[in-house]
Design a protein around this ligand. Structure first.
Ligand code: SF4
Length: 345
């Protein structure tokens, strides 16, 4: 059964009883859910377990840093109708639900998601789909939330069928943590529901540590990929979880071995009470340098920052190229050595 209460965290041996009162305060503020699959990955003997750090609440969450904000990536500023975020010209987010299979302690939408957070009503869904239909520049619809794959195949099929009827939408991208958090939900019926004629569906897996790719998670991903649904990944750079070259490289290699192309490495958003899980951007750039050359090109995600205030994502990886002042360039190799590249004649 999914762990949702602080007392259940204690009973499962995930936190000592003396922390119960503190964690009850955290759980009152931010949702908690740890599926049996995720609980089973946590090493109870390791006080620094990278899976526990992502899902077991911590009293540090009640300390908000001054720079943190309730809507760190500025969804609200770009929401013309309920459930839609239209930040970039050719794509929109469609937030169908505000619940997830698990609640990540660093969640960028932690003020919006949780049990009791209402899904889109039928009228709101109609208005959201009408908005997509009325904007021919929308080429891609990204189903997100919460986690859209907590919905039943029947409800997903209903949304996909309506998207299928909108000619200018060519791509449906689904962001989900369910393949690792609750792989049994990825049934053949769910996979069929995501496939619609005339559109390409992509699934983007959120995973932050190689251990999340269990045998069951790999089988769930295989079901998508074998059905012709390509998979990409997004990971969040997290202190004590994946912020060293070995852990980050192992995650990227594991994803590639599962036929999942690493797509984004997100710098941690300024969500309230998450500063203990954020790294510096300088450290993130060092890690990206460490990946470059030492791990296959297939294992290189793009390191990105969602600019606070809703200004969108920008790549923030290290730069390798600088002008030499004479029309040419200086370029650094993966060992840190600098080479000249001549100007164009
Ligand atoms: S799965 Fe995504 S939306 Fe849900 S808690 Fe984790 S980061 Fe937040």
């Amino acid at each position: 059964m999914t762990i949702r209460l602080p007392s259940e965290l204690v009973a499962a041996g995930l936190v000592p009883p003396e922390k119960l009162a503190d964690l009850a305060r955290v759980a009152q503020r931010y949702a908690v859910a740890i599926t049996p699959e995720i609980a089973g990955l946590i090493d109870r003997g390791d006080p620094h377990d990278p899976i526990a750090r992502q899902f077991v609440p911590d009293i540090a969450e009640l300390t908000a840093a001054p720079e943190e904000r309730a809507d760190p990536i500025g969804d609200d500023a770009h929401s013309p109708v309920g459930g839609i975020v239209h930040r970039y010209p050719d794509r929109v987010l469609l937030k169908l639900v505000n619940v997830c299979a698990v609640y990540c302690r660093f969640c960028f939408r932690r003020e919006m998601v949780g049990p009791g957070a209402e899904p889109l009503t039928a009228q709101q869904l109609d208005a959201a789909l009408d908005y997509v239909a009325a904007h021919p520049e929308i080429w891609e619809v990204i189903l997100t939330g919460g986690d859209p794959l907590v919905l039943s195949p029947r409800r997903i099929k209903a949304v996909m069928s309506r998207l299928a009827a909108i000619d200018h939408v060519k791509i449906v991208r689904v962001h989900s943590r369910v393949p690792v958090a609750e792989p049994s939900r990825i049934t053949p019926a769910l996979v069929r529901a995501l496939k619609i004629k005339g559109k390409a569906t992509y699934v983007v897996l959120h995973a932050n540590h190689a251990r999340e790719l269990t045998d069951a998670a790999r089988e769930a991903c295989d079901r998508f990929i074998d059905a012709g649904i390509p998979m990409l990944s997004q990971s969040v750079l997290l202190a004590g979880v994946n912020d060293d070259p070995q852990a980050l490289g192992a995650l990227m290699r594991t994803l590639v071995e599962c036929r999942i192309k690493p797509y984004y490495l997100h710098h941690g958003d300024l969500a309230p009470g998450t500063s203990h899980l954020r790294t510096s951007i300088a450290h993130g750039q060092e890690l990206m340098r460490a990946l470059r050359g030492r791990f296959s090109g297939l294992c290189q995600p793009e390191y990105v920052l969602d600019i606070p205030g809703g200004h969108g994502k920008s790549p923030i990886g290290p730069g390798y190229l600088s002008p030499d002042g004479a029309g040419g360039w200086r370029v650094q190799d993966f060992n840190g050595e600098t080479h000249c590249y001549p100007p164009k004649t």
